[in-house]
Design a protein around this ligand. Sequence first.
Ligand code: NAD
Ligand code: TYD
Length: 349
Amino acid sequence: MNKTILITGGAGFIGSHVVRQFVVNYPDYKIVNVDSLTYAGNLENLIDVEDAPNYIFEKVDITDRPRLRELFERHRPEGIIHLAAESHVDRSISDPLAFVNTNVIGTVNLLEEARSLWDDFEGKRFHHISTDEVFGALGEHGLFTEDTKYDPHSPYSASKASSDHFVRAYHDTYGLPIVITNCSNNYGPNHFPEKLIPLCISNILQNKPLPIYGDGRYTRDWLYVIDHARAIDLVFHRGQNASSYNIGGFNEWTNIDLVKELCKQMDEKLGREAGTSERLITYVKDRPGHDIRYAIDATKINAELGWKPSVTFQEGLSATIDWYLSNTEWLKKVTSGEYQRYYVEHYSK
Ligand code: NAD
Ligand code: TYD
């Protein structure tokens, strides 16, 4: 083993694809997945790599400083790829402190442990995974670049912006080697069914309403999760120190058009009459502080590192639906027990 990399949040949606990307492609690395297994974390997401000789799971909460210290001393990682977070905007509206604890305090705990472990910074890197939501909302035109000013609106995006600032501060103050990636909305296998795409897939399967917030004209830029994992691999290995990279699909959809496209593909795959799923669309009360439009300019990562999305949206969405149709047990399991689907009565009109 020539390098130990600690990946936080590896049992979650994006983290599980990042863990797989590294375990499979870097047999010489030791990959330590650090995850506290909240409602959003699920080790079944990693069942195909759990016995790999270069993979270790550690159930640790990043807000627990003594446990984190013990973990750093035992594994002595050279690299940290930090994804652990509370990630759902709606939940951040009802419980902002959970977002402060994990996303801000948890990130600073990790930075502190890296700072105290690393005597010299040669060959070390702290890669922080962030979101385009830190940039706020776009109007009809324009794209977020790496130079766009931060202007977060939701408690989620405010907590992510805060953690990004701390990561930069640790570079500027202590010289910690860091890199930050800001990615647009992801979709794909293992996506927790509280986010728009998997929620709608799950509800179509159960003939339940498809909740569209407000007028449905809100716009997001969607990227297939495996393309995000590939981008993280590239930036972790080849990105410039102290730099940030935007990652996005050049793939904007209004929520209503996206859900209609999803309904069309689901009807075809389920052998249902065209229009069946669309009839489930239900307009509901808007999310407070709802950002109108996000869209990423991914020119820098393309020009510097040659990254671009590998699948079209039609291909990615089709593969995603197929995954959910083949994994109905996974869906049932993650939506039962501890988890209560977040969309509740106060969001219905
Ligand atoms: P997710 O909610 O699916 O997974 C988060 C993971 O973090 C879970 O496995 C959870 O158990 C773990 N976790 C939460 N709190 C923890 C704690 N205190 N200690 C240890 N582990 C903890 O999230 P995701 O969608 O996979 O997002 C991963 C990262 O990517 C987040 O930092 C998020 O802000 C960022 N991001 C997400 C998107 C997106 O579209 N989902 C887009 C851009 C950036
Ligand atoms: P979401 O998947 O929660 O991601 P984010 O808020 O991080 O972008 O939501 C994507 C978009 O879909 C966002 O504009 C809110 C909207 N939305 C709905 O209209 N209905 C829903 O049930 C959900 C969960 C989201």
